[in-house]
Design a protein around this ligand. Structure first.
Ligand SMILES: NC(=O)C1=CN([C@@H]2O[C@H](COP(=O)(O)OP(=O)(O)OC[C@H]3O[C@@H](n4cnc5c(N)ncnc54)[C@H](O)[C@@H]3O)[C@@H](O)[C@H]2O)C=CC1
Ligand SMILES: CC(=O)C(=O)O
Ligand SMILES: [Mg+2]
Length: 372
């Protein structure tokens, strides 16, 4: 198969979808890999290293889209890329369709095949291509939150771990999945007083067993959230309903109940955000303030730590990319059920129900494309 790796063009997105090591594995199996000039620079992988691995460097993004049967990316295509996508081309990347209707409509119109990292799913319901970036973002959420709690950055001016004789900050985490758990470890390690909420009691039981004593668990419901937001300094949004728009657990009216200088980090922003007042921001301009509450809503948090993130992401994606390159998307999905829920849009049909529902668009069961 001919594989193309364009340079990411989202703001401060320094990750790349394939490392030279990954390119070498694909080339060894007889595939052809084209990488856009400087695509790996941000992650520390220079053109020469890709060339040594057997890939070919192309000068422009247009050239990569023109030649490739499968495009491997990190973030969703942005508007400038929409017209480069070809009918029948396989796009293997994060899409987060439910949060952005124009992208969904553009990909339907492109008649490409959109296989979304974030909805590839194992039999145990885990999301193997989301996990590594959720691990990064969960850890970063606490670093960022601690930073924005500083007074000059708009926060309350409270140190996360306190000091002897002064109480630590209170951290509330909504969602006890991968992001939430990683955030809880980091916040607890820094000495904060942490509460983590989820709807899944089994998950809370597990965390209560393994977390340190400064992490408490609590059932997620509106009553409990309204109570805790009144005295928590850092609130991290980390809920997910796979493929769907995130539910708004913190509504506009709740902001006035919070302490001035409270910091909200809505990691779930890529699925629309679980805080009503959340709108996507960039690493260049990451925060804004409403009702004296600081909002941090960067949709590509891992893009700021590309050394860690590119390696973590490609460790997870490469085995699936190999299957897609070897067999094509249809046979690969027929052979590996984990890939089936990754299929979101095929040749103009939305084949992932939650995406169709998000925009009241037509849904086509994916079986239409997988039956022989
Ligand atoms: N902004 C960024 O750069 C990044 C964002 N993310 C996003 O972070 C979000 C969370 O991802 P993961 O932790 O991997 O998902 P996950 O599936 O591991 O965890 C989500 C948790 O939310 C819980 N949940 C669902 N509804 C809830 C409710 N009403 N109240 C409380 N908990 C609820 C689920 O039970 C589950 O435990 C996703 O939207 C993901 O795309 C992930 C990586 C980077
Ligand atoms: C998951 C995601 O959106 C990211 O890593 O940017
Ligand atoms: Mg207030």
């Amino acid at each position: 198969m001919i594989i193309g790796v364009p340079k990411e063009i989202k703001n401060n997105e320094n990750r790349v979808a394939l490392t030279p090591a990954g390119a070498k594995e694909l080339v060894k199996r007889g595939h052809t890999v084209y990488v856009q000039h400087t695509a790996g620079d941000g992650s520390g992988f220079l053109d020469d290293v890709y060339t040594e691995a057997g890939a070919t460097i192309l000068p422009t993004i247009e050239a990569v889209y023109e030649i490739a049967e499968m495009i491997m990316k990190v973030k969703e295509p942005i508007e400038a890329e929409y017209t480069l996508i070809k009918e029948g081309q396989l796009l293997f990347t994060y899409f987060h369709f439910a949060s952005y209707e124009p992208l969904t409509k553009a990909m339907v119109a492109s008649k490409s095949v959109c296989l979304a990292y974030e909805t590839v799913e194992r039999a145990d319901r885990s999301l193997p291509l989301l996990i590594p970036m959720s691990e990064v973002a969960g850890r970063m959420a606490v670093q960022k939150g601690a930073n924005y709690l500083e007074k000059p950055l708009g926060g309350r001016g409270i140190l996360l771990g306190g000091v002897p004789g002064v109480l630590p900050a209170k951290v509330l985490i909504l969602g006890a999945g991968v992001v939430g758990t990683q955030a809880a470890w980091m916040a607890a390690g820094l000495g904060a007083d942490v509460t983590i909420m989820d709807l899944n009691l089994q998950r809370l039981r597990y965390l209560a067993d393994v977390m340190p004593a400064n992490v408490n668990t609590m059932m997620s419901n509106e009553f409990n959230i309204r109570k805790l937001i009144q005295n928590h300094d850092l609130i991290i949004g980390a809920v997910l309903i796979p493929g769907a728009k995130a539910p708004h657990l913190i509504t506009r009216d709740m902001l006035k109940e919070m302490l001035p200088g409270t910091v909200l980090v809505d990691v779930a922003v890529d699925q629309g955000g679980c805080i009503e007042t959340c709108k996507p921001t960039t690493h260049q301009d990451p925060t804004y303030v409403i009702d004296e509450v600081v909002h941090y809503c960067v949709a590509n948090m891992p893009g700021a730590v590309p050394y860690t993130s590119t390696l973590a992401l490609t460790n997870a994606t490469l085995p699936y990319a190999m299957q897609l390159a070897e067999k094509g998307w249809k046979k690969a999905a027929q052979d590996n059920p984990e890939l089936v829920p990754g299929l979101n849009i095929i040749h103009g049909d939305i084949v992932y129900q939650a995406v169709a529902e998000a925009f009241d668009m037509d849904y086509t069961p994916v079986i239409k494309y997988l039956a022989d």
